[in-house]
Design a protein around this ligand. Structure first.
Ligand code: ME8
Length: 515
C-alpha cells in the first residue's frame, strides 16, 4: 500500500484574526492536497492553532480573560476562514488538545531519559514591557530585539535541549538531501546560518514568569517553551506515542509548508528534535515568501493586514485563490494590491476563462440546440497525445511545488482555445450547410479541451471548475490515476449543456448586484 500524501501548515497563533498571509499558506496546502487527491492518492492534510506562550497569555490578559477562555474564543475564527475559503483539511489540531499535551510529555520524558536534555542555570536579558527573554546574540545594540528598549540581566534555572550536539549531523543531512529544504535559496540560507556554532535550546520557562504552557513532565516549576511544544504537532497530530498504527501509516510528512519567517525553527530545531527522538525526517520543508504592502510584510503586529473574507466576498473565493496562486512564484515575496487582483479577475478569469465558456455554450445552444454534437469516432488520435502532454506538464509542475507554472500552462491552453474560435470562425461555418460536420467537430473539440482544462483546474479554483463540469453534466468527484486516463475524451456524446450565468461577471455588474 502506498503511503498517503501528508501535508501540513504551520499552527497559527490565535492572538489576532487570520489575514492574507495565513490564507495564502492554507490555500497553497489545500491546492496541493486537492491535486494529489485528483491523482487518486490518499491525502492527509493537517492545519491548526498554536495556543500557548507569552504572546497568547498577554493577549488574553489585555482582554482580562483567562488564556483558555481566550483561545477557545479565538480558534473558531480560523476554522470559519478555512470554511469560507474552501480549505478541505482532514484534521485540525490545537496545541491545547489533550493528546497533543500527552505526546509532548512523552517525548520530553523520553529525551530526558536518553540524556538529550539537561538542567542549567541560564543567564539572559529580559525586557520587562515585552516580557521577553533574549540571548546576547539576539539583542539589537544591547537593547530588546523587539521594542529596542533597555533590558536587564536575569539568571534562572531551565531545561536545555542539546541542539549543538547535532550540528554536524544536520549540515551533512541537508547536504545529502537536496529536497529537504526548499527552495534552494532557503537551503543556502540555512547552511549559511549553520556555519556559526549552534547554542543549545532553552526549552522551558519558569512558571513564575509564564504559567500558560504545557507542564514540564518532571518539574512542577516549569512549563514547556511554546516552539518546542508547537513543532511536536506534526507528529502528535498523526498519533505519535498515542496511536502508533496511525503514525506508522502517515509519517513521514511529505511536506511542511511554512513562511520564510519560521524557516529556522523548521529546518534546525525540528529535524534535530526528530533525530534525538529517533524519528524519520519529513521529506520536505517548503518555505514560501511574504505578501507585502508598501514594501513591508503584511502582519498583525504591523497593523497592515488585508482581510481575506472581505476580498473573497468582493471578488469570489476562486478569484482570491487564483490571484494568490498565480501572481507569485512559490518561494518569492509578492506585493499585494487590490488593483492587481481586480486586473487578474478581469483579464484571466472574466475575459479568458469566463468568455471561453460563454462563447462555447452559446454556440452549442445556437447551432446544436444546446447539445454537444456527436462526432462519432471523430476526435483525432493525435489529440490523445496532446491531452497526455498537457496532463504531464501540469502534473510535473505541481509535483515540483510550482503552482504558478501549472497555472501558466493551463492559461496558455485557454488562450489557444480562444484563438481556435477566432481562427475556425464557427459563425462562418454555420452559414454553410456543407460544413456542418466541420462545425460539429470544432465545437466538440473545444468542449473536450475545456473539460480537460476544468478537471485540472479543480484543485486551484474548485468552485468554478466544478461549475463548468456540472454544466457539461459530468460528475465532479474526479480521480485520475494516470495520464492515460486523462487522455480519453470525457464528454458523453450528445449531452445537453447548461449555459448558466457568467462564471465571472464584470466587476461593475458584480458590485451593482451586491448593493
Ligand atoms: O509563526 N505573507 O504563527 P503565526 C505570507 N505559531 N505568509 C504569512 C504572512 C505574510 N505576510 N504572515 C503570516 C507562528 N504568514 C507559529 C508557527 S508552527 C509549529 C508554529 C503565514 O501566526 C506564514 O505561513 O505568526 C507564516 O509562517 C505563518 O503565517 C506565521 O503564523
Amino acid at each position: 500500500m502506498t503511503k498517503p500524501y501528508y501535508i501540513t501548515t504551520p499552527l497559527y497563533y490565535v492572538n489576532a484574526s487570520p489575514h492574507i498571509g495565513h490564507a495564502y499558506t492554507n490555500i497553497l496546502c489545500d491546492t496541493f492536497a486537492r491535486f494529489h487527491k485528483l491523482l487518486g492518492e490518499e491525502v492527509f492534510f493537517m492545519t491548526g492553532t498554536d495556543e500557548h506562550g507569552t504572546k497568547i497569555d498577554r493577549a488574553a490578559r489585555d482582554q482580562k480573560k483567562e488564556p483558555k477562555a481566550y483561545v477557545d474564543e479565538m480558534m473558531p475564527k480560523f476554522k470559519e476562514l478555512w470554511n469560507i475559503l474552501g480549505i478541505e483539511y482532514d484534521y485540525f489540531i490545537r496545541t491545547t488538545d489533550v493528546n497533543h499535551k500527552k505526546a509532548v510529555g512523552n517525548i520530553l520524558r523520553d529525551l530526558e531519559a536518553k540524556g538529550e536534555i539537561y538542567k542549567a542555570s541560564y543567564k539572559g536579558w529580559y525586557c520587562v514591557p515585552c516580557e521577553s527573554f533574549w540571548t546576547k546574540l539576539q539583542l539589537v545594540e544591547g537593547k530588546c530585539h523587539d521594542c529596542h528598549r533597555e533590558v536587564q540581566e536575569l539568571e534562572e534555572e531551565n531545561y536545555f535541549f542539546k541542539l549543538s550536539k547535532y550540528q554536524d549531523w544536520l549540515i551533512q543531512y541537508i547536504n545529502d538531501n537536496p529536497n529537504f529544504v526548499r527552495p534552494e535559496m532557503r537551503r543556502n540560507e540555512i547552511l549559511g546560518f549553520l556555519r556559526e556554532p549552534l547554542e543549545d535550546l532553552c526549552i522551558t520557562r519558569p512558571r513564575t514568569r509564564l504559567a500558560w504552557g504545557i507542564d514540564y513532565p518532571t518539574s512542577k516549576e516549569h512549563v514547556v517553551y511554546v516552539w518546542f511544544d508547537a513543532l511536536i504537532n506534526y507528529v502528535s497530530g498523526v498519533g505519535f506515542t498515542i496511536d502508533e498504527k496511525k503514525f506508522k501509516k502517515l509519517w513521514p510528512a511529505d511536506v511542511h509548508m511554512v513562511g520564510k519567517d519560521i524557516l529556522r525553527h523548521h529546518t534546525v530545531y525540528w529535524p534535530i528534535m526528530l533525530k534525538a527522538m529517533g524519528v524519520e525526517m519529513p521529506k520536505t520543508v517548503l518555505a514560501h515568501g511574504w505578501w507585502t504592502m508598501a514594501g513591508t510584510k503584511v502582519s498583525k503586529s504591523r497593523g497592515n493586514t488585508v482581510d481575506p473574507v472581505e476580498l473573497s466576498k468582493k471578488y469570489g473565493v476562486d478569484a482570491f485563490r487564483y490571484f494568490l496562486l498565480r501572481e507569485v512564484t512559490l518561494g518569492l515575496d509578492g506585493a499585494f494590491s487590490e488593483d492587481l487582483l481586480a486586473e487578474r479577475y478581469t483579464s484571466d478569469l472574466a475575459n479568458d476563462l469566463g468568455n471561453l465558456w460563454f462563447r462555447l455554450a452559446s454556440m452549442v445552444d445556437k447551432y446544436f440546440e444546446g447539445r454537444i454534437p456527436d462526432v462519432g469516432a471523430g476526435l483525432k488520435p493525435a489529440l490523445i497525445n496532446e491531452f497526455s502532454n498537457f496532463y504531464e506538464e501540469v502534473t510535473s509542475a505541481m509535483k515540483n511545488y510550482d503552482p504558478r507554472t501549472a497555472l501558466n500552462i493551463i492559461w496558455k491552453k485557454i488562450t489557444v482555445l480562444n484563438q481556435m474560435i477566432e481562427e475556425k470562425k464557427p459563425w462562418v461555418l454555420a452559414k454553410d450547410p456543407k460544413r456542418k460536420s466541420e462545425l460539429a467537430e470544432a465545437l466538440c473539440l473545444l468542449a473536450e479541451w475545456l473539460t480537460h482544462v476544468a478537471v485540472l483546474l479543480l484543485p486551484f479554483i474548485p468552485g468554478t471548475a466544478q461549475q463548468i463540469l456540472k454544466r457539461l453534466k459530468l460528475k465532479i468527484e474526479w480521480m485520475i490515476k494516470s495520464g492515460e486516463e486523462f487522455s480519453k475524451p470525457f464528454l458523453k456524446p450528445g449531452v445537453s449543456v447548461e449555459r448558466g450565468e457568467a462564471l465571472f461577471p464584470r466587476l461593475d455588474e458584480k458590485e451593482a448586484a451586491q448593493h
